[in-house]
Ligand binder design. Sequence first.
Ligand SMILES: C[S@@+](CC[C@H](N)C(=O)[O-])C[C@H]1O[C@@H](n2cnc3c(N)ncnc32)[C@H](O)[C@@H]1O
Length: 215
Amino acid sequence: MASVTATTDWHDWHLPYDDDTSPLSRRLRLIQRHINDWLDQRPDSSLRVVRVCAGQGHDLIGALAPRSDADRVRAELIEYDPRNVAAARMAISAARLDGITATQADAGDFAPYRTAVPADLVVLAGVLGNISDADARATIDALPRLCASDATVIWTRTRRHPDLTPAIRGWFATAGFTEEAFHAPSDMLFSVGVHSFHGQPQQAPPNGRIFTFTA
Ligand SMILES: C[S@@+](CC[C@H](N)C(=O)[O-])C[C@H]1O[C@@H](n2cnc3c(N)ncnc32)[C@H](O)[C@@H]1O
C-alpha cells in the first residue's frame, strides 16, 4: 500500500485501486466481502451506514452497486478532500445509489454524523492508521455514540511495527464489541477487523472532537 507522509495527496492515494493485484485492492475485496455478508445477514427493510473518512467510497459503492437490494441502505460518506467527494458522487450517480450521500466534512467531529446515526454499519477503514494511538482508542470508545444496537463495525489498520492491532482489538472488547473476524494476511501489512456491538447505544453529542487526522 502507498506510504503515508505529511504531504500525502489523498486523491492520488486511491490510484492503486486501479490495479487488481495491489494490496489496497486486496484489502478492498475483504472489506466488500464483509459489507455483503453484513447485508445478507440483515433482513431489515431499512439500514443506516456511516463511512468515516470515506475517500472515493470504493468499498461501499462497489459492494452495493451490483445488489438488487441496495435501496435498503441509507449511507452517509464523510470525506474531507473535495476531489474525493466529487469522485464518490460521480460513482454514486453512475451506480444509481440514491440512498447514498457523500458529504464534505471533518469526520473527526461529531457534527457531520448528526443525521446519519445511530448506524447499523460503521465502516472505519483507512482511519485508525492515520490518527494518534490515543485518538484510535478515543474513536473506538466513541463508537457506541455512532452505533445502533447490533451494529457492525468494519475497520482496518496497518500492522507496521509497532503493531497496534492487539491493543485495538482489546479496546473494542472494552467498548462492548465482539470480534466477528480479523484478517492479517502473512504476506501483507494491512489487517481488516469486523466487530459487532452488543452494548448500550449512547446519544451522540451535536459536536465535539472524536479524532484529529494527522497523516
Ligand atoms: C487512508 S485514506 C482512506 C480512504 C478510504 N477510506 C479507503 O479506504 O479507500 C484517508 C482518507 O481520509 C480523508 N481525510 C483526511 N482527513 C479527514 C478528515 N478530517 N475528515 C474526513 N476525511 C478525512 C482523506 O482525504 C482520505 O481520503
